[in-house]
Design a protein around this ligand. Structure first.
Ligand SMILES: *Cc1c(COP(=O)(O)O)cnc(C)c1O
Length: 398
């Protein structure tokens, strides 16, 4: 079991990945190894262990146990060409550690304007205080990013599709421009996961997942990861160890447990979300649907070129109406929870106001917007629920 699986298809890889015999001891699911202290046979053994590279060797709890190594190894093997993965206690911790590993005072970061809001807050907060400046760029900039790369530009951060508004970026064009100037690239790949968009083989240096979402898949664990491309892992690992980043073995174990069903779950999320997005697009109450697999979405052609499929998160714009009408819609829904995060088995709906989180691009949305996470419920039941919600919007908007 668990020989080379890189030539296998996605469903097989998520089942096999990370289950090295020396970590499972014959058990199907790698067990939870909890540890702070590791005991040595002798002083000589202790000295010997401390002096060498401790990657994948028990040393001290902060360096992890086979439970964390198994999940990290699995995530590495899902990204063809990747060198290694480090786990973090949240997606935000993964983003901040990756950026701190790369950037130094005086550097400039190019950050996509559609980035997840906490990423923007990091740029305007801690990074700024450390003397690292941020320039935001239009998600549709493509090869034009070359014009923004200056003497001090050290890294380009992408997120595709963008948070809230789902613009699909031209990742290969941005990577080519970055490589030509020796600039490091990072992407927040939480929406697609490596199953739908493997990015290391496209030349991205670091790919980041909020594993809290699809890897865990059950809305009950906070977890993040950064997977590094060739020659990039040591720098990430050093910074992560210096910052004391460690993930609990219980959380890593739940991440591994979730991963085994991710390919099946994603296929359901995709089919159900597409059906519901197309149904919404036909409705007179809806002005626009922002879903990368639908023609109206900016970068739809890039989605068709680069992605193997779509996942379960998208947004739509109402054809006018007040905030109160939007709230009436969302409050009427029975099957959609109202809450942050996504990627779990249950559906969610939240109001979104993307223009509040933009620096260099302006939006011209026809009305209030709603973001939906389509879970694993029967899509016909979700459509009936949304139908009732739209009726409530009509009653309030009229
Ligand atoms: C949720 C999310 C994160 C952060 O993950 P946490 O585990 O909640 O810290 C990062 N990026 C994107 C796109 C997200 O949706």
């Amino acid at each position: 079991m668990n020989g080379d699986i890189t030539d296998k298809r996605e469903g097989t890889r998520v089942v096999q990945a990370g289950r090295r015999p020396e970590w499972t001891a014959g058990i199907v699911n790698p067990p939870v190894w909890r540890a702070s202290t590791i005991l040595y046979d002798s002083v000589a053994h202790l000295r010997e262990s401390g002096g060498r590279d401790t990657h994948h060797r028990l040393f001290y709890g902060r360096r992890g146990t086979p439970t964390q190594w198994s999940l990290a190894d699995a995530l590495t093997s899902l990204e063809p060409g990747a060198e290694g993965t480090f786990l973090y206690p949240s997606g935000v911790a993964a983003i901040s550690t990756a950026l701190l590993a790369i950037l130094s005072p005086g550097d400039e970061l190019l950050l996509v304007d559609s980035a997840y809001d906490p990423t923007r807050n990091l740029a305007g907060g801690l990074l700024k205080r450390m003397g690292i400046t941020t320039r935001f760029y239009d998600p549709m900039i493509g090869a034009g990013i070359a014009d923004l790369i200056g003497e001090r530009t050290r890294a380009i951060f992408m997120e595709s599709p963008g948070s809230l508004t789902f613009e699909v970026q031209d990742v290969p064009a941005i990577v080519a421009a970055a490589r030509a100037r020796g600039v490091t690239t990072l992407i927040d790949n939480t929406w697609a996961t490596p199953l739908l968009f493997p990015v290391i083989e496209l030349g991205v240096d670091y790919t980041i997942l909020a594993c809290t979402k699809y890897i865990v898949g059950h809305s009950d664990v906070m977890l993040g990861s950064v997977t590094a491309g060739p020659g990039r892992f040591a720098r990430l690992r050093d910074a992560s160890l210096q910052l004391g980043q460690v993930t609990s073995p219980d959380d890593a174990w739940l991440g591994s447990r979730g991963l085994r069903t991710m390919a099946v779950r994603l296929r359901h999320h995709e089919a159900a979300a597409l059906r519901i997005a197309r149904w919404l697009a036909e409705r007179p109450e809806v002005a626009a649907v922002l879903h990368p697999a639908l023609p109206g979405c900016p970068g739809h052609d890039l989605f068709l070129r680069d992605f193997k499929g779509s996942s379960g998160l998208f947004a739509f714009t109402l054809a006018g109406g007040s905030d109160a009408a939007r709230a009436a819609l969302i409050d009427t829904l029975d099957l959609f929870g109202i809450g942050y995060s996504w990627g779990g088995y249950e559906s969610l709906a939240i109001p979104i106001d993307p223009q509040r989180h933009r620096s260099v691009t302006t939006r011209d949305d026809a009305g209030p917007m709603v973001r939906l996470q389509i879970g694993l419920e029967d899509p016909d039941d979700l459509i009936a629920d949304l139908d009732r919600g739209l009726a409530a919007w009509r009653a309030t908007a009229a």
